[in-house]
Design a binder for this molecule. Structure first.
Ligand SMILES: [Zn+2]
Length: 242
């Protein structure tokens, strides 16, 4: 009889553990949905598409933030992008070492994200991603990199200006990839229009190493594409209003 009770307790604990495991798995599935980022862009499997893009970028003063695992520059209000008629305000740009997005399976040493935001019935984002490979020094990164604080802190330079439209943007938007995804940091919100510029930029080994030193590895792993199809866009409809 005693052994029967032990056996019963053993079976009950197995059933309980199995149920807990199932609950945990269900939470994992519902926690992250079906449109997560970053993804691997397989260039041969994209569908052709076009979008209307208007860029409105003004110069900003340099407000540099060295966070725990991120180098970020908060951009002054007033710059924005209009994507298919919806205006998204430009908030900030920051870096990932190594890259979050992959191109045909290739990881790059550096990726820059330009984060734009719009409040509809829910918060929406448009993030422009630029991939960098090792090569010639990037003049835009050079502009502010030495001013980034070495320790986790904020450095505000009211008299120093940065102009993303002059130093980085103009040649970029002839060709890009677009897909619906998520933020790559918590809470992984799935209301992000991703625009990954096709042109691969270069940064010097010194610049890449410096950003690596400041941030450490801060890339989220590649997520499944699931039912999504990435669009390849060669747009002739971009207007620049600086
Ligand atoms: Zn990012």
């Amino acid at each position: 009889m005693k052994y029967l009770i032990y056996l019963l307790i053993f079976i009950m604990s197995l059933v309980f553990a199995f149920a807990q495991n199932n609950i945990h798995q269900a939470q994992c599935v519902t926690e992250f949905g079906s449109k997560q980022s970053p993804v691997n862009i397989v260039t041969g499997q994209c569908e052709l598409a076009e979008h209307l893009i208007d860029l409105h970028y003004e110069p900003s003063h340099e407000h540099l933030i060295h966070e725990e695992h991120c180098v970020k520059l908060d951009y002054d209000p007033g710059s924005y992008i209009v994507f298919d008629g919806d205006q998204f305000d430009f908030l900030q740009f920051h870096f990932h070492t190594p890259s979050e997005h992959h191109m045909d399976g290739d990881e790059y040493p550096l990726e820059m994200h330009m984060v734009h935001f719009r409040q509809d019935t829910m918060p929406r984002y448009l993030v422009i991603g630029l991939l960098f490979e090792e090569g010639k020094e990037d003049p835009f990164i050079k502009h502010f990199l030495n001013a980034v604080p070495e320790t986790v802190s904020v450095a505000d330079y009211p008299d120093l200006q940065i102009d993303i439209s002059q130093e980085l943007m103009p040649s970029d938007f002839g060709s890009y990839y677009h897909y619906d995804g998520s933020l790559t940091t918590p809470p992984y919100t799935e209301t992000v229009e991703w625009v990954i510029v096709s042109k691969i930029h270069t940064a010097s080994i010194t610049q890449i190493k410096k950003l690596e030193e400041l941030e450490g590895p801060n890339n989220r792993k590649i997520q499944e594409l699931k039912d999504r199809v990435i669009q390849e866009c060669h747009s002739r409809t971009i207007t620049y209003k600086f």
